[in-house]
Design a protein around this ligand. Structure first.
Ligand SMILES: O=C[C@H](O)COP(=O)(O)O
Length: 247
């Protein structure tokens, strides 16, 4: 990233992995972490209570769009806030696919987070067939339309966007820096039509097989402000290297 208006950002997404031993390891190894980036670990909600370090923030991987009440199995923003969450991933492609989350629902979740003072990390990204058909911008554009439809400029300014091409998630097939930059530029241009200041300040992360050996080149792209890291966020040393590559 070249525009210093935006503080670099790296979030780890442990997905349905990790345990108390891994939390203890992160507490120890990330203590005193020196990184220019804002660092977040989004672990399974049942582990959040055990994080102890002040060198990174914690986040959840999902949130309900509803208030506290009779919604069995859901977690509200109030509960997550009390558990110390400052961030929440919303609209990850795995949830869009496994739980059938629509872009409209994702927008409602993001809106709920902002109202509670939780920063939503909103995921967008295309499957392989869409890329092969040359329809990435139309696909991602529709996902963004739902956000703009439901959220004000002020609300949008309190979010982080993560571009995660589905074909690159957990596959080892990283988007090339040029492919990532192309879509990030599209996303920033999309928001510039909503509000120029918003577009300049909005942080857009890349996610999809980011590793210590490719992070620096990806993060060096003009519109890439950091990363959303899956597999490599489960190894403290790899995650630390990736955090330090964002500057
Ligand atoms: O949320 C993280 C992304 O799904 C990327 O996962 P990955 O780094 O394992 O490809």
């Amino acid at each position: 990233m070249s525009d210093n208006v935006r503080k670099p950002f790296v979030a780890g997404n442990w997905k349905m992995n990790g345990n108390l031993a891994l939390v203890a390891e992160f507490n120890q190894k990330l203590a005193g972490l020196k990184a220019k980036a804002e660092v977040v670990v989004c672990a399974p909600s049942l582990l959040l209570h055990a994080f102890e370090t002040d060198s990174f923030s914690i986040g959840t991987q999902n949130v309900s769009h509803l208030d506290n009440g009779a919604h069995t199995g859901e977690l509200s923003v109030d509960l997550l806030k009390e558990a110390g969450c400052s961030y929440a991933i919303v609209g990850h492609s795995e949830r869009r696919e496994d739980q059938g989350e629509s872009s409209e629902l994702v927008a409602l979740k993001a809106k709920k987070c902002v109202a509670a003072g939780i920063v939503p990390i909103i995921c967008v990204g295309e499957p392989l067939d869409v890329r092969e058909a040359g329809e990435v911008e139309a696909f991602v554009g529709e996902q963004l339309d739902a956000l703009v439809d439901k959220m004000s400029i002020e609300e949008l300014s309190k979010t982080v966007i993560a571009y995660e091409p589905i074909w690159a998630i957990g596959t080892g097939k990283t988007a090339s820096p040029e492919q990532a930059q192309e879509v990030h530029e599209f996303i920033r241009t999309y928001f510039s039509k909503v509000d120029a200041t918003l577009a300049q300040s909005l942080r857009i992360l890349y996610g999809g097989s980011v590793k210590p050996d490719n992070a620096e080149t990806l993060f060096a792209q003009k519109d890439v402000d950091g990363g959303l890291i899956g597999g490599a966020s489960l190894k403290a040393e790899d995650f630390i290297s990736i955090c330090q590559a964002a500057n």
